[in-house]
Design a binder for this molecule. Structure first.
Ligand code: SF4
Length: 769
């Protein structure tokens, strides 16, 4: 054991079923307690977690003869034996015939990709990095990471960029997902973390869920909400669509996309007017209330009703429901956050919780639902452009000095703050960034205003991308490196509650695939920084990460693999080895600003960056569907998920005059795509919805706008102006990219050729009464 209790380098780690974590299996880990035998002789059950969303459900991978052959649910505290359709399909990634097994390279920008050795691929990468940086400067080479990687890998991404490349240009795809909530949490609470474990929901009386389709995006988290409902909790859902959850709500607040801050100001107006604030909590635990109180005075229910397209009486009802309850819970997702005003939207929601003292107790909670599996851990330890490990600020001299000391470099050699992922794309198009290393992201689907994204990548002199399937972005790279799936490595992940859990290795990588941390260490060695990257295992990386985070707000020093396995998860901050973790960071009204108080922020509502007008009279909003995950690279090749949801559609209100399946052309100032119509009363008449998981000519992000929140730099995915027209025929779904000469896997249960949309992807579906 190391000084900190982590395992030593080179040790073979075979996961065990830790006793006492609520596992339903017996001590042998092969016999279920209920005498139900699901595994055959010789099978090994590897306890791990799902690779997809921020819930991070526990699961077992069934392994025999070095192959993952299936999955079983695990009675982990988080999910208690439940898995969603993505969770039960995740294992199909592991031995999928479309996996990348060897490096690929193209010799000229428009030449074809061909197989190449690792040696040749790494030589080319290093020589291009050196050429570009010596010719244009260190900042001319950028790095883009992702929040589905383990925390150890995200830590190494940040260190690689700043120590091996010494570039300021590193950012990650959480920029598209969680940063508005993160920035608002830091401003309000001094820490970017959820306030409570989800189990606290069972104690709540009123839940207000804003801009998150939980039943489709975080399905297993629904158990906590249903549990609270069973115990009598009232439910308010704020969403322009009548999602499955909204359909069951006591109040469905179907506001216009882009009006959230006005709604929360309106709630607070009524709460103040009717004497429902918690004056003692405000006085003892907060700063800045007067400015907020004065600001919301102008947000009468009538004015807010006008802005949001709501009945003013509903604003009053919701304010009274919340203000008169003893324990309330606010949860939100991308619908509140992915806006030009995303940070302020979240702050306006937090203002309501602070003004009523609804934080830091069982049942009185707050939190964002993180989209990616490691959405939380992936933004804490240095792959974000403005952040160093431990949630430290790259512009703070003390923070810089500490991390430089851990890394063994001069503080002066640590690059300054960089720019955000969308800004880096613009800098690529402008010739400021000439080379790029991408890992665990797929901007050719996930970023808005795709024409600009493609122009940025086309302008690069060199682009290397690692992935385990040939994503749309990897398919355009000059060098493609085959990497691993989550079941082929170990490491920590932090779920939406702030609970740190662990992925365990089940099988060896296929072919010549290597883990991203091995790739980074080898590149660093070839770039002359090998002494700073001596890691031989994720455990060794974690040892250094723990020290680098020590004393920071996101302190992981006391978190070891052994502790996580023994407890089923540790909530950060966890500053010492004997610290139990912090499930409720705001308990007792304690916040993380130096004076221990939370901060109010006065927010004035601003209209979206592109409000509707005569030419584009509707609002386009985008989102997810249960069968697919983010850019779809991980799910669009898994047969059950493709069969369930083979293509995107557009949801339109019956008043717009279309029938189910009609080809409807959605037009914005950036592009046009023809989708089959799903006609439903579950959406506002002034709004249309398209799911965004698909690529190429049917990508929703051909249509979306790249206006950024000025603080978080998150794009406004959730609203832009559009019009719809009757189309000729729906645009076909393109095949996923493959290396030259290979065809995508065609399962026996081929995806349906039917171009119509699913009958009822959410809510009540059709216009039937
Ligand atoms: S809810 Fe999320 S973590 Fe759980 S099985 Fe589904 S995708 Fe995986």
């Amino acid at each position: 054991m190391s000084e900190a209790g982590a395992p030593r380098a080179g040790a073979v780690r075979y996961p065990v079923v830790a006793p006492g974590v609520g596992d339903f299996r017996g001590a042998s880990a092969t016999e279920p307690a209920a005498h139900w035998k699901a595994t055959a002789a010789g099978e090994r059950l590897v306890p791990t977690h799902c690779c997809f969303c921020g819930v991070q459900c526990g699961m077992y991978l069934r392994v025999t003869e070095g192959r993952v052959i299936g999955v079983e649910p695990r009675n982990h505290d988080i999910n208690k034996l439940r898995l969603c359709p993505k969770g039960v399909s995740a294992y199909q990634q592991v031995h999928h015939p479309d996996r990348l097994l060897s490096p690929l390279m193209r010799d000229t920008r428009d030449g074809p990709l061909h197989l190449v050795s690792w040696e040749a691929a790494l030589d080319r990468i290093v020589s291009e990095i050196q050429r570009i940086q010596s010719r244009y400067g260190r900042d001319a080479f950028g790095v883009l990471g992702g929040a589905s990687m383990t925390t150890e890998k995200t830590y190494l991404m940040g260190k690689f960029a700043r120590v091996a490349l010494r570039t300021r240009h590193i950012d990650y795809n959480g920029r598209l997902c969680m940063v508005s909530a993160a920035a608002a949490n830091k401003k309000a609470f001094g820490i970017d973390r959820a306030g409570n474990p989800w189990a606290d929901l069972l104690e709540t009386e009123v839940i207000m869920v804003a801009g998150t389709n939980i039943a489709e995006c975080f399905p297993v988290a629904m158990q906590y909400f249903w549990g609270a409902r069973d115990r009598g909790a009232k439910l308010v859902v704020v969403d322009p669509r009548e999602t499955a959850m909204a359909r069951t709500a006591d109040e469905h607040v179907a506001l216009r996309p882009g009006t959230d801050a006005a709604f929360y100001n309106g709630l607070l107006h009524v709460i103040v007017r009717d004497g429902l604030t918690d004056e003692r909590f405000i006085a003892e635990h907060t700063v800045g209330w007067e400015a907020v109180r004065d600001t919301v005075a102008a947000y009468t229910p009538e004015r807010v009703g006008e802005i949001c397209g709501l009945d003013p009486r509903q604003i009053q009802r919701v304010a009274h429901l919340w203000g008169r309850a003893g324990r309330c819970w606010a949860a939100h997702g991308r619908g509140l956050e992915q806006h030009f005003q995303g940070v302020e939207n979240v702050l306006s929601c937090i203002n309501v919780s602070l003004a009523t003292g609804q934080l830091g107790r069982p049942g009185a909670g707050y939190g964002t639902l993180t989209g990616q599996g490691n959405g939380q851990g992936g933004r804490e330890h240095g792959q974000k452009s403005d952040m160093l490990p431990g949630g430290r600020d790259i512009e703070n001299p003390e923070h810089r000095a500490y991390v430089a000391g851990v890394w063994g470099i001069d503080e002066a050699d640590l690059p300054p703050k960089g720019t955000s992922m969308p800004e880096m794309i613009w800098q690529m198009a402008a010739g400021e960034i000439r080379g790029l290393l991408g890992m665990c992201n797929n901007p050719f689907v996930s970023l808005p205003n795709q024409a600009v994204v493609r122009a940025g990548y086309e302008a690069l002199e060199f682009h290397v991308q690692s992935d385990f399937f040939l994503s749309e972005t990897a398919a355009r790279a000059d060098v493609v490196l085959p990497s691993t799936v989550w079941a082929e490595d170990e490491g920590l992940v932090t779920n939406g509650e702030g609970r740190v859990i662990k992925y365990n290795k089940a099988v060896e990588p296929p072919g010549e695939a290597r883990t991203d941390w091995q790739i980074l260490c080898e590149l660093a060695r070839r770039l002359g920084a090998g002494d700073k990257f001596p890691f031989r295992s994720p455990a060794e990386i974690l040892d250094e990460l723990r020290v680098a985070s020590k004393g920071g707000v996101a302190d992981y020093y006391g978190i070891t693999y052994e502790k996580v396995e023994a407890t089923g998860g540790v909530f950060w901050p966890c500053p010492t080895l004997d610290h139990p973790g912090t499930p409720r960071p705001f308990e007792g009204g304690r916040f993380y600003h130096p004076d221990g108080k939370a901060r109010f922020h006065a927010v004035e509502w601003r209209p979206p960056a592109e409000p509707p007008d005569q030419a584009f009279p509707l609002r386009l909003t985008t989102g997810r569907t249960v069968a697919h995950f983010l850019s779809g690279n991980q799910t669009r090749r898994l047969p059950g998920l493709v069969e369930q949801t083979p293509r995107p559609w557009v949801e339109v209100h019956p008043s717009l005059g279309f029938a189910d399946g009609d080809p409807v052309r959605v037009v914005t100032r950036r592009g046009a795509v023809t989708y089959p119509a799903l006609v439903t009363e579950a959406i506002r008449p002034d709004t249309v919805f398209v799911p965004y998981h698909w690529a190429g000519p049917i990508a929703a992000n051909l249509l979306t706008i790249d206006a950024l929140d000025p603080i978080s730099k998150m794009p406004e995915f959730k609203v832009c102006a559009c019009r719809i027209e009757r189309g000729q025929a729906v645009d076909p779904v393109p095949e996923p990219p493959m290396p030259p000469g290979q065809r995508p896997y065609q399962p026996e249960t081929a995806p349906l050729g039917d171009p119509r949309p699913p009958t009822s992807p959410q809510g009540r579906g059709t216009a039937e009464p």
